[in-house]
Design a protein around this ligand. Structure first.
Ligand SMILES: *Cc1c(COP(=O)(O)O)cnc(C)c1O
Length: 392
C-alpha cells in the first residue's frame, strides 16, 4: 500500500481548543529550521520570553514556554513546587481541577480538596476555611478558566488569600491567557501555566509558564530532587535562563517556537486589552444569537467565560449526530460536554482567531438549520439578525 501526503480538511474550530490558527502563524512555522543553540535562535527565544511577560502581565524573569502542551505546564508547576508530604489545597469545579488533584498525589503531596458544583465558580470562603483548618498548607491551586464548564474564577482574591496564609498560589490559565485579563503581578500569583492552542491561537504543543521569586525560592530549597528530569526547572534554566551561555537540555521545538513568536507578535499588535474586549464583544454577539434561537446557557451570567460558551442541548436532540453533521456538512467543530456535562451541553469556543463575526454567523446559521431539522422550533433568520445587531 502506498501512503500519500496528509491533507487535512479545512475546518472552523469552535470547540474547547485548538482554535483557528492564523495563516501568518502557519507561515512562520514553515520557515527554515535552525539549530536550537544558533545565536539567531537564541535572540528569538529572548523575544518570546519578553512577549510572554507582556501576555502574562509580569516582570517574572522565569517566564518561558515548556516544550510540551498545557498538561505539561500543569505538571511542571506541580512537579517543581510540591515536595512529598506538602499539603496542597486543590479547588475542584470541573475536569481540570480533578487533574490538579491527580498531579498533587503523584508528586507525593497531600491534596485538601475544596469542591464546588460543576458550572459554579470557586467559593473563596471555602478556600479560606480550608486555609484556617490547615495552617501548614504550602500551595493553593485552582483553575481560572474551567474549560470543561465555561466558568471563570477571579484569581485576585484566591491569590491574595494564599499569600496572607503563607502559601503559594498555583493558577491554571490555559484557556484564560489572552481571552480574559491574566494579571500575574497584580494578583501576586506564584506559578501560572497556560497553553498556546486556546486564546493565543497558536499551534498546540507548547505551554507558557511563569514563576515568582517566592516560587523559585521554594524550588531552590527543595530537600528532594524534582522527580521528573525533563520538567526540572533547575535544569531547564540552563537552556532558557538569563545570559548568553545556553546549555543543551533538550532540543527545543524550533519551528513551533517560531509559531509562538508570531502569535505573540500578533497579540502585541492587537493589544492585550483589545484582545480581551474582542472576546467579550464576540461572546455578546453569540449570546444574542443563541438566545434568539431559544437556547440557554448552563452557567450563571456572572461567571461566564466569553471564550468558552456552555450551552444546554435542547431536549430530544441527538448530541453526537448533530455535531457530526456540523463537521461533515459545514466544516464546523463545536465541543461536546465532559464528565457531569456529557450529553447535556455543547461547548462553543470563541478563542483567539476563532472569535470573529464570520465564525459566529456560521455557527448560528448551522445550529439553526440542524436544530430545525431535529424538530426544534426555531424561527428562521432570527439568530443571525440578533447577533448582527451586536457585532456590527
Ligand atoms: C486545554 C486545557 C489544559 C490542557 O492543555 P493541553 O494543551 O490540552 O495539554 C489544561 N487546563 C485547561 C483549563 C485547559 O483548558
Amino acid at each position: 500500500m502506498t501512503i500519500s501526503s496528509f491533507n487535512p480538511p479545512l475546518r472552523t474550530l469552535m470547540g474547547p481548543g485548538p482554535s483557528d490558527v492564523h495563516p501568518r502563524v502557519l507561515a512562520a512555522m514553515a520557515r527554515p529550521t535552525v539549530g536550537h543553540l544558533d545565536p539567531a535562535f537564541i535572540g528569538m527565544m529572548d523575544e518570546v520570553k519578553s512577549l510572554l511577560q507582556y501576555a502574562f502581565q509580569t516582570d517574572n524573569a522565569l517566564t518561558f514556554p515548556i516544550s510540551a502542551p498545557g498538561s505539561a505546564g500543569m505538571e511542571s508547576c506541580f512537579a517543581n513546587l510540591v515536595e512529598p508530604g506538602d499539603k496542597v489545597i486543590v479547588c475542584i469545579n470541573g475536569v481540570f481541577g480533578l487533574r490538579m488533584k491527580e498531579n498533587v498525589e503523584r508528586c507525593g503531596g497531600v491534596a485538601i480538596v475544596v469542591e464546588d458544583d460543576w458550572g459554579c465558580s470557586v467559593d473563596a470562603h471555602k478556600v479560606e476555611d480550608a486555609l484556617k483548618a490547615n495552617p501548614d498548607t504550602k500551595i493553593v491551586a485552582f483553575v481560572q478558566a474551567e474549560t470543561s464548564t465555561g466558568v471563570h474564577t477571579d484569581p485576585l482574591i484566591l491569590c491574595k488569600l494564599a499569600t496572607r496564609y503563607g502559601a503559594l498560589s498555583l493558577v491554571d490559565a490555559v484557556t484564560a491567557l489572552a481571552g480574559v485579563p491574566v494579571l500575574v503581578d497584580d494578583w501576586g500569583a506564584d506559578a501560572v501555566y497556560a497553553g498556546t492552542q486556546k486564546c493565543l491561537s497558536c499551534v498546540p504543543g507548547l505551554s507558557p509558564v511563569t514563576f515568582s521569586e517566592r516560587a523559585l525560592d521554594k524550588i531552590r530549597k527543595r530537600s528532594s530532587k524534582v522527580q521528573s528530569w525533563f520538567l526540572d526547572l533547575n535544569l531547564i534554566m540552563g537552556y532558557w535562563g538569563e545570559g548568553a551561555t545556553r546549555a543543551y537540555h533538550h532540543t527545543a521545538p524550533v519551528n513551533a517556537l517560531y509559531a509562538l513568536h508570531e502569535s505573540l507578535v500578533m497579540l502585541q499588535e492587537e493589544g492585550l486589552e483589545n484582545a480581551w474586549h474582542r472576546h467579550a464583544k464576540m461572546h455578546l454577539g453569540l449570546k444574542a444569537g443563541l438566545e434568539a434561537m431559544g437556547l440557554e446557557f448552563a452557567v450563571d451570567e456572572m461567571y461566564r467565560l466569553p471564550q468558552l460558551n456552555a450551552v444546554k442541548i435542547p431536549d430530544g436532540v441527538d448530541d453526537a449526530a448533530l455535531r457530526k453533521r456540523a463537521l461533515e456538512r459545514y466544516g464546523l467543530e463545536i465541543g461536546a460536554g465532559l464528565g457531569a456535562f456529557a450529553g447535556k451541553i455543547w461547548r462553543i469556543g470563541l478563542m483567539g482567531q476563532s472569535a470573529t463575526p464570520r465564525n459566529i454567523l456560521l455557527c448560528l446559521s448551522t445550529l439553526e438549520t440542524l436544530l430545525s431539522q431535529a424538530n426544534v422550533k426555531v424561527e428562521s433568520g432570527k439568530a443571525v439578525d440578533a447577533a448582527q445587531k451586536i457585532l456590527f
